[in-house]
Ligand binder design. Sequence first.
Ligand code: B12
Ligand code: SF4
Length: 461
Amino acid sequence: MKPHVTLVNPAAPVGAAMHMPFALLGLGYLAAVLEKNQYQVDVIDCQVLKLSFEDFRSEISKRQPNIVGVTSSTLTYQTALKLVKITKEACPNCITVAGGTHVTFWDDKALEECPELDIVARREGENTFLELAQRIEAGKSYHDVIGTTCRKDGKIIRNTDRPYIEDLDSLPFPARHLWPMERFREYEDILYLATSRGCVYWCEFCSTVRMHGRKYRMRNPKNVADELELLHKTYGISKFTFCDDAFTVDQPRTEALCNEILKRGLKIEWNCGTRVDMITKELLAKMKEAGCISVWFGVESGSQQVLDAMKKGITPELTTKVFGWVRELGLKPIPNVILGFPGETKKSAWKTIKFVEKISPDDVGFYNVATPFPGTPMYDLVKEKGWLRVTDFDKYDTTKPIFETPWLSMKELGKLREGAFHHFYLRRAYFFDKRRRIKLSTAMVVAMHLLANIKLKLRTK
Ligand code: B12
Ligand code: SF4
């Protein structure tokens, strides 16, 4: 009999800063590949269903699957392990598998920390998970499946890496029908999709490129447009987010995708993220024509020294130029910033905050705190230097300081992040610009920040 597979998305830890929930693409692809191979698959998304551990226990007990696959980022890792434990208690004969960004680089430790976990699937999971299911179905040993780390005779063994999927068009579209899609609409009317995997850069803080490879693999524009059309028809939604790490690495492909959207007359709005050195004004104009409304950019820092330490490969000058183009074209540029990268000082952080206000005067920047995710050189450096202070992964939500350096304490970093918000809202220019209408929500944020620190004075610039 074909094994019954349940895929699980753990909830974020209480108090963590989190984005709105949506149907995860990683699990969606795994499910689609399994369904294509006639496996019975279902999904328990603890995030969107707001399930407690006890709710999860009762859900998994009812289903009694043969294989349970749990996804996890660093933030959801500890919750994922609790769910694995509950799964084994409720379904002692099932095989438990964990996959995703965190366990890929924490494979042996995950198995050590959680005796109830049988297998870790590293990196891209579709073919590894399918092979595992096939082995289990055939009653064969799974201990040598490539791309996995598992236990054999009491020892942890790490099998070789599985090659990446070259032809992304060969994958079925994510099995979104396994999620309660109407529940997501309570949060936002946007659907997410990914048109590429991997990146050609190698930034020191980034786990994605180490996860999906330093080669840009992409879907054909027609294949992407087919998915957009299908999503629009099925769910009646016309707003989309492209989750690619760098949407415009291959500029002719991005242009071809825009042309395909236009050719099919798709009336959609979308946003995406990319690097400032991988875009031109002409491409931005084409993107706008095809429905793009905003673009996220990895601005990271306003200090060249910090950018170089990050191995980001861009300059503040280029960022300024590109933000100018984006605004000129009537698109919204969103700066993604990292405060507190090793080497950051109070001075360089303030340089960044002022830089962000200059390039994005109307919108507060997206300020992340440098977070050392396992698998990144930043993590190795922070560990090696003895700077790591917080080892509770439940705190790794990119808003909380995790380490301190000789140049910046955690307290200072926390204050800098708060200061960035205060500074933005307290600029006289922001308040007194007659052209700007202050909305109630803005006024509330301002009031909150004012109450939080009444010592701050109004600044002239
Ligand atoms: C979309 C996205 C989100 C979404 C959905 C999150 C999610 N869990 O998928 C939202 C907006 C909610 C989000 C939030 C956050 N995100 Co985010 N996000 C992404 C992004 C841009 C794309 C993810 C994606 O869909 N990829 C495409 C799919 C196909 O790949 P995948 O998810 O890796 O899945 C494959 C494998 O991982 C594996 N796999 C995954 N799960 C499983 C399970 C099993 C059983 C198996 C066998 C295999 C397997 O197989 C999948 C198919 O190949 C990634 C960057 C990236 N490119 O991955 C960052 C990324 C995952 N996010 C990141 C971060 C930091 C966050 C936040 C902490 C930020 C915040 N404060 O909001 C939160 C917390 C995330 C959480 N709860 O898990 C980091 C994670 C770093 C880390 N080590 O954990 C990443 C890598 C970005 C980065 N470079 O720093 N994020
Ligand atoms: S450009 Fe973005 S996706 Fe690529 S390595 Fe740097 S941070 Fe990661």
